[in-house]
Ligand binder design. Sequence first.
Ligand SMILES: [Zn+2]
Length: 233
Amino acid sequence: MFLETLLAAVVGINATELTLQTVRDQTQAVVSEYQVKGLRVQVAKIEVNNPSPLLTRSSPSVCTIMLNTNSTAKVVWGKFVDTKEPTEENALQAFSIAHEMGHCMLSKARKSEMDLPVLSAQLKSNAQGQSAEFSTLVGRKSNPGSEERYDETFSDLLGLHYVAKKHPEQFKLVLEKLKAVREEFASHDVSHLSTPFLSGQNLRSVDKFLSQLNGKPTEVSSFQAAIKTLEQI
Ligand SMILES: [Zn+2]
Protein backbone atom coordinates (compact mmCIF):
# COMPACT_ATOMS: atom_id res chain seq x y z
CA MET A 1 0.00 0.00 0.00
CA PHE A 2 2.72 2.40 1.05
CA LEU A 3 4.74 1.54 -2.03
CA GLU A 4 1.73 2.08 -4.27
CA THR A 5 1.09 5.45 -2.69
CA LEU A 6 4.71 6.41 -3.08
CA LEU A 7 4.76 5.32 -6.70
CA ALA A 8 1.55 7.21 -7.42
CA ALA A 9 3.06 10.34 -5.91
CA VAL A 10 6.08 10.02 -8.15
CA VAL A 11 4.39 8.97 -11.38
CA GLY A 12 1.19 10.97 -10.97
CA ILE A 13 -1.81 9.28 -9.43
CA ASN A 14 -4.02 9.49 -12.52
CA ALA A 15 -1.35 9.14 -15.17
CA THR A 16 -2.14 7.11 -18.27
CA GLU A 17 0.67 5.81 -20.39
CA LEU A 18 1.07 7.40 -23.81
CA THR A 19 0.59 4.94 -26.68
CA LEU A 20 2.00 4.93 -30.18
CA GLN A 21 -1.55 5.04 -31.59
CA THR A 22 -2.30 8.21 -29.63
CA VAL A 23 0.92 9.81 -30.88
CA ARG A 24 -0.03 8.81 -34.44
CA ASP A 25 -3.60 10.20 -34.15
CA GLN A 26 -2.52 13.45 -32.53
CA THR A 27 0.23 13.94 -35.12
CA GLN A 28 -2.25 13.48 -37.95
CA ALA A 29 -4.57 16.02 -36.35
CA VAL A 30 -1.80 18.65 -36.13
CA VAL A 31 -0.72 18.06 -39.73
CA SER A 32 -4.33 18.45 -40.90
CA GLU A 33 -4.94 21.57 -38.84
CA TYR A 34 -1.98 23.45 -40.25
CA GLN A 35 -2.16 21.97 -43.76
CA VAL A 36 1.58 21.46 -43.64
CA LYS A 37 2.60 20.94 -47.25
CA GLY A 38 6.03 19.54 -48.02
CA LEU A 39 6.43 18.04 -44.58
CA ARG A 40 6.32 14.28 -44.26
CA VAL A 41 5.96 13.09 -40.67
CA GLN A 42 6.30 9.59 -39.30
CA VAL A 43 5.93 8.18 -35.81
CA ALA A 44 8.17 5.62 -34.11
CA LYS A 45 8.77 4.04 -30.72
CA ILE A 46 12.25 4.04 -29.16
CA GLU A 47 13.87 3.50 -25.79
CA VAL A 48 16.74 5.85 -25.06
CA ASN A 49 18.31 7.15 -21.89
CA ASN A 50 16.62 10.55 -22.06
CA PRO A 51 13.93 11.99 -19.73
CA SER A 52 11.88 13.40 -22.62
CA PRO A 53 8.76 11.31 -23.35
CA LEU A 54 8.74 12.57 -26.94
CA LEU A 55 11.68 13.32 -29.21
CA THR A 56 11.97 14.57 -32.76
CA ARG A 57 14.49 13.84 -35.48
CA SER A 58 14.43 15.69 -38.75
CA SER A 59 16.08 14.41 -41.90
CA PRO A 60 15.83 15.92 -45.40
CA SER A 61 12.94 13.70 -46.44
CA VAL A 62 11.00 13.08 -43.25
CA CYS A 63 10.46 14.30 -39.71
CA THR A 64 10.16 11.53 -37.12
CA ILE A 65 8.31 11.97 -33.84
CA MET A 66 9.51 9.34 -31.40
CA LEU A 67 7.73 8.00 -28.33
CA ASN A 68 10.40 7.26 -25.75
CA THR A 69 9.47 4.25 -23.59
CA ASN A 70 12.32 4.80 -21.13
CA SER A 71 11.04 4.53 -17.53
CA THR A 72 12.16 8.04 -16.49
CA ALA A 73 10.41 9.45 -19.55
CA LYS A 74 7.21 7.67 -18.45
CA VAL A 75 7.48 9.31 -15.02
CA VAL A 76 7.96 12.74 -16.61
CA TRP A 77 4.90 12.14 -18.83
CA GLY A 78 2.84 11.04 -15.83
CA LYS A 79 3.69 14.23 -13.98
CA PHE A 80 2.64 16.40 -16.90
CA VAL A 81 -0.54 14.49 -17.78
CA ASP A 82 -1.76 13.67 -14.28
CA THR A 83 -5.47 13.56 -15.04
CA LYS A 84 -8.19 11.06 -15.88
CA GLU A 85 -10.43 13.74 -17.38
CA PRO A 86 -10.44 12.87 -21.12
CA THR A 87 -10.73 16.45 -22.38
CA GLU A 88 -7.78 17.55 -20.24
CA GLU A 89 -5.72 14.52 -21.19
CA ASN A 90 -6.48 15.10 -24.85
CA ALA A 91 -5.45 18.77 -24.70
CA LEU A 92 -2.18 17.98 -22.92
CA GLN A 93 -1.37 15.27 -25.48
CA ALA A 94 -2.25 17.67 -28.30
CA PHE A 95 0.04 20.33 -26.86
CA SER A 96 2.92 17.86 -26.60
CA ILE A 97 2.62 16.60 -30.17
CA ALA A 98 2.23 20.12 -31.57
CA HIS A 99 5.40 21.05 -29.62
CA GLU A 100 7.29 18.28 -31.44
CA MET A 101 5.84 19.47 -34.75
CA GLY A 102 7.30 22.88 -33.90
CA HIS A 103 10.77 21.31 -34.02
CA CYS A 104 9.93 19.72 -37.40
CA MET A 105 8.67 23.01 -38.82
CA LEU A 106 11.66 25.03 -37.60
CA SER A 107 14.06 22.52 -39.06
CA LYS A 108 12.26 22.57 -42.42
CA ALA A 109 11.92 26.34 -42.42
CA ARG A 110 15.67 26.73 -41.79
CA LYS A 111 16.31 24.76 -44.96
CA SER A 112 13.48 26.52 -46.83
CA GLU A 113 11.93 23.11 -47.37
CA MET A 114 8.41 24.13 -46.54
CA ASP A 115 5.94 26.85 -47.27
CA LEU A 116 6.84 29.37 -44.55
CA PRO A 117 8.65 32.02 -46.62
CA VAL A 118 8.73 34.82 -44.02
CA LEU A 119 10.05 32.57 -41.26
CA SER A 120 12.53 30.89 -43.67
CA ALA A 121 13.84 34.25 -44.88
CA GLN A 122 14.26 35.51 -41.33
CA LEU A 123 16.02 32.34 -40.20
CA LYS A 124 18.37 32.48 -43.18
CA SER A 125 19.25 36.13 -42.80
CA ASN A 126 20.31 35.60 -39.20
CA ALA A 127 23.65 33.86 -38.66
CA GLN A 128 22.32 32.08 -35.58
CA GLY A 129 19.38 30.64 -37.48
CA GLN A 130 16.74 32.48 -35.48
CA SER A 131 13.92 34.60 -36.77
CA ALA A 132 14.86 38.25 -36.32
CA GLU A 133 11.40 39.16 -35.10
CA PHE A 134 11.17 36.27 -32.71
CA SER A 135 14.79 36.28 -31.51
CA THR A 136 14.49 39.80 -30.15
CA LEU A 137 11.45 38.70 -28.24
CA VAL A 138 13.12 35.69 -26.66
CA GLY A 139 16.16 37.77 -25.75
CA ARG A 140 18.54 35.59 -27.70
CA LYS A 141 21.09 38.26 -28.48
CA SER A 142 21.94 38.79 -24.84
CA ASN A 143 21.90 35.08 -24.15
CA PRO A 144 24.67 33.30 -26.08
CA GLY A 145 24.69 29.54 -26.45
CA SER A 146 20.94 29.29 -26.12
CA GLU A 147 19.96 28.18 -29.60
CA GLU A 148 18.06 25.27 -28.12
CA ARG A 149 16.11 27.66 -25.94
CA TYR A 150 14.90 29.49 -29.03
CA ASP A 151 13.73 26.21 -30.56
CA GLU A 152 12.02 25.09 -27.35
CA THR A 153 10.28 28.44 -26.94
CA PHE A 154 9.07 28.43 -30.54
CA SER A 155 7.81 24.87 -30.09
CA ASP A 156 6.02 25.69 -26.82
CA LEU A 157 4.32 28.64 -28.51
CA LEU A 158 3.30 26.46 -31.43
CA GLY A 159 1.88 23.93 -28.97
CA LEU A 160 -0.09 26.70 -27.24
CA HIS A 161 -1.26 28.05 -30.60
CA TYR A 162 -2.63 24.63 -31.47
CA VAL A 163 -4.36 24.24 -28.11
CA ALA A 164 -5.90 27.73 -28.49
CA LYS A 165 -7.40 26.65 -31.80
CA LYS A 166 -8.43 23.07 -31.04
CA HIS A 167 -8.92 22.90 -27.26
CA PRO A 168 -9.65 26.50 -26.21
CA GLU A 169 -11.50 25.53 -23.06
CA GLN A 170 -8.37 23.74 -21.80
CA PHE A 171 -5.92 26.52 -22.70
CA LYS A 172 -5.49 27.84 -19.17
CA LEU A 173 -4.90 24.37 -17.73
CA VAL A 174 -2.29 23.53 -20.39
CA LEU A 175 -0.53 26.86 -19.88
CA GLU A 176 -0.40 26.38 -16.11
CA LYS A 177 0.87 22.78 -16.39
CA LEU A 178 3.46 23.84 -18.96
CA LYS A 179 4.78 26.69 -16.82
CA ALA A 180 4.97 24.43 -13.77
CA VAL A 181 6.91 21.70 -15.59
CA ARG A 182 9.30 24.16 -17.27
CA GLU A 183 10.09 25.83 -13.96
CA GLU A 184 10.51 22.53 -12.15
CA PHE A 185 13.15 21.33 -14.62
CA ALA A 186 14.82 24.72 -15.14
CA SER A 187 17.63 24.12 -12.67
CA HIS A 188 19.13 21.34 -14.77
CA ASP A 189 17.76 22.25 -18.19
CA VAL A 190 17.58 25.96 -18.89
CA SER A 191 17.05 25.37 -22.62
CA HIS A 192 13.44 24.40 -21.91
CA LEU A 193 12.74 27.43 -19.73
CA SER A 194 10.39 29.18 -22.12
CA THR A 195 8.25 30.69 -19.36
CA PRO A 196 9.46 34.32 -19.60
CA PHE A 197 8.68 34.33 -23.33
CA LEU A 198 5.19 32.84 -23.31
CA SER A 199 3.54 36.16 -24.10
CA GLY A 200 0.58 37.23 -26.18
CA GLN A 201 2.94 39.13 -28.48
CA ASN A 202 5.07 36.04 -29.15
CA LEU A 203 1.97 33.92 -29.74
CA ARG A 204 0.87 36.50 -32.33
CA SER A 205 4.28 36.23 -34.04
CA VAL A 206 3.95 32.46 -34.30
CA ASP A 207 0.42 32.93 -35.66
CA LYS A 208 1.80 35.30 -38.29
CA PHE A 209 4.34 32.70 -39.46
CA LEU A 210 1.76 29.93 -39.50
CA SER A 211 -0.83 32.01 -41.32
CA GLN A 212 1.29 31.60 -44.47
CA LEU A 213 0.37 27.94 -44.53
CA ASN A 214 -3.30 28.59 -45.18
CA GLY A 215 -3.19 32.23 -46.19
CA LYS A 216 -4.76 33.98 -43.22
CA PRO A 217 -4.05 34.77 -39.58
CA THR A 218 -6.19 33.17 -36.90
CA GLU A 219 -9.09 35.42 -36.03
CA VAL A 220 -11.21 33.04 -33.99
CA SER A 221 -12.40 34.32 -30.66
CA SER A 222 -10.69 31.49 -28.79
CA PHE A 223 -7.35 32.75 -30.02
CA GLN A 224 -8.05 36.22 -28.67
CA ALA A 225 -9.12 34.61 -25.39
CA ALA A 226 -5.82 32.68 -25.28
CA ILE A 227 -3.86 35.90 -25.76
CA LYS A 228 -5.79 37.46 -22.91
CA THR A 229 -5.03 34.46 -20.69
CA LEU A 230 -1.31 34.69 -21.54
CA GLU A 231 -1.31 38.35 -20.62
CA GLN A 232 -3.03 37.70 -17.31
CA ILE A 233 -1.06 34.74 -15.95
ZN1 LIG B 1 11.25 20.34 -27.48
